[in-house]
Ligand binder design. Structure first.
Ligand code: GTP
Ligand code: MG
Length: 307
């Protein structure tokens, strides 16, 4: 246990913690991107919000830069417009127009950095702030979650879009939920217990309850009664999802800080997208595990067992 803890900390400090250079490159990229917008859309008011792992404390030197643009100029929501101007400025781009959140994926060959851009889709700004809050509560969160992200990338099970496995955001939800369910817990439940609107009604109205407790001053050191080491936590995380979690009936709910059942959520219908069920904490009608089918989940489970 001691040796594993030491290895996690060593990897965290030497390979996972973002280098000063990588932070500088991200800053330069954002400036460059802002200049392109001003040049191509003079006089338009467009705000740039950076979200995801570059700001939530769970990024590495190799993480991409996630950007949300907000603007009254709705024509920019057609991502092919953005695609066209970015190509003019020598960016390599790829559009995903039909995703739930349409994005342009960018590779900047000069700065050697990747970025995902969406327009007017602000919900991820809120879940970024939620993850920032969890990271600030206990010093173990950052190395623990980064170790898990690192493992998923090494084992090629961190690619929802093209690989049919799970996204970083899904893995992070799983890791945070695990820390909420230790005894005693390391992380608190941040959301009000009852969802103010029921899930189906929310979905129909496109309304989401965005409130959660972000009072870091009050929450800091919440997990102090739990003395588990990073090494033990990593071992227990693997064991939980290799042997203890019941994939057939259980749903991971970070919003509630416990497991729900598929029956409770009406997710026991045998759809191929409901094999590994991880509830999105804000849009609770969404299963973050939907990208992994039966075969992928079986593979992921074997990775847990192998680990
Ligand atoms: P790395 O880039 O791998 O370091 O991790 P990341 O946390 O930045 O993940 P990613 O680039 O895949 O996603 C960026 C951000 O988008 C996440 O941190 C979330 O805030 C948000 N996000 C990603 N996937 C989803 C999703 O399925 N639902 C919602 N609501 N938000 C998501
Ligand atoms: Mg990212």
């Amino acid at each position: 246990e001691k040796s594993l803890t030491a290895q996690i900390l060593h990897t965290y400090e030497t390979r996972l913690f973002p280098s000063a250079d990588s932070i500088e490159v991200k800053r330069t990229f954002i400036e460059k991107f802002a200049t392109i917008l001003v040049t191509e859309f003079p006089g338009w008011e467009v705000d740039i919000h950076v979200f995801g792992s570059s700001v939530n404390g769970l990024g590495t030197s190799r993480s991409d830069v996630d950007i949300c643009l907000t603007t009254e100029h709705r024509e920019l929501e057609d991502i092919f417009l953005l695609n066209k101007v970015l190509r003019k400025h020598n960016m390599r781009t790829y559009c995903i127009p039909r995703a739930r959140v349409p994005i342009v994926k960018i590779w900047d060959p000069e700065l050697r950095i990747a970025s995902d851009i969406n327009v007017n889709n602000t919900i991820a700004l809120h879940n970024t702030r939620m993850l920032q809050t969890f990271v600030a509560v206990d010093g173990r969160v950052r190395p623990f979650v980064l170790a898990i992200k690192h493992w998923t990338k090494c084992r090629d099970i961190n690619d929802a879009a093209f690989g049919g496995t799970l996204s970083s955001y899904t893995w992070v939800n799983l890791a945070i939920h695990f820390l909420q369910t230790r005894d005693p817990p390391i992380l608190p439940v941040l959301h009000p217990r009852a969802h103010s609107l029921n899930a189906e009604k929310c979905m129909a109205l496109g309304e989401v309850d965005l409130s959660f407790n972000d009072n870091i001053g009050e929450l800091r050191e919440f997990g102090r009664a739990n003395l588990e080491s990073l090494g033990f936590l990593l071992y227990a995380f693997f064991r939980t999802y290799a042997y203890e979690f019941d994939y057939r009936t259980q749903v991971v709910s970070l919003r509630n800080g416990c497991y729900l059942t598929k029956a409770q959520k009406g997710w026991d219908t045998g759809r191929p997208s409901r094999i590994f069920c991880i509830e999105e904490p804000f849009s609770t009608w969404l299963n973050l595990g939907h990208s992994a089918n039966t075969i992928a989940v079986e593979g992921i489970r074997r990775e847990f067992q192998r680990a």
